[in-house]
Design a protein around this ligand. Sequence first.
Ligand code: TYD
Length: 216
Amino acid sequence: MSEKIEPGKFISLEGGEGCGKSTQASLLKSELERKGISVVMTREPGGTPTGEMIRDMLQHHASGEDITPIAEVMLFAASRAQHVSNVIRPALAQGQWVICDRFVDSSLAYQSGGREIHLEQVLRVNEIALDGCWPDCTLWFDLPLEQSRSRMTERGAAPDRFESEARIFHQRVGEMYVQLHQRFPERIQRIDARHAVEEVAAEVMGCLEKLTGGRI
Ligand code: TYD
């Protein structure tokens, strides 16, 4: 009789610009692999060839035409549906852990919070895209807006369509993450992203130890 594979855990990382989640995603991958866990690291928008094409449209204004807020919700959701069915679900089914740099909560924070589309509408579209594939744990890297902005200035790279949005847009994104944390208290764990990289990494591992009942 074949041995039943225990599904992997699905971890998403979320937060505003410059919150340090991509650094933490790499550190987390190394730490889990050190513990013998097989990890797939992926990101949104993107994660599949189709998703990367959509990423280009969304971030760099590839068509030159303004994208309406609703079209933006649906493009992110289309990329997500592809990602869930071609990458995330198959990896979890094989017992791998999936670390995803941004996922559904980015749409809730940026398209509902930032673009002010009704939260229930954005949720409804995304429920279709996810088809039940919600993260087991979402790590929300909470960073005050002032720090986020000064990190972006230090970085000095040319801003994309989202980074160049006005301060008020990013303020609404931050406020929506607070609201989401209250709405999904079991799934979304708040991490204080003001701390040093090593301290934040320790907090991340603390959350995952809790998630697995100390099994990792
Ligand atoms: P990216 O270069 O991946 O930036 P970051 O390092 O901040 O993750 O850019 C992704 C941008 O797309 C980011 O500004 C947030 C935005 N976004 C949405 O607006 N909605 C979404 O559903 C996702 C996944 C990302």
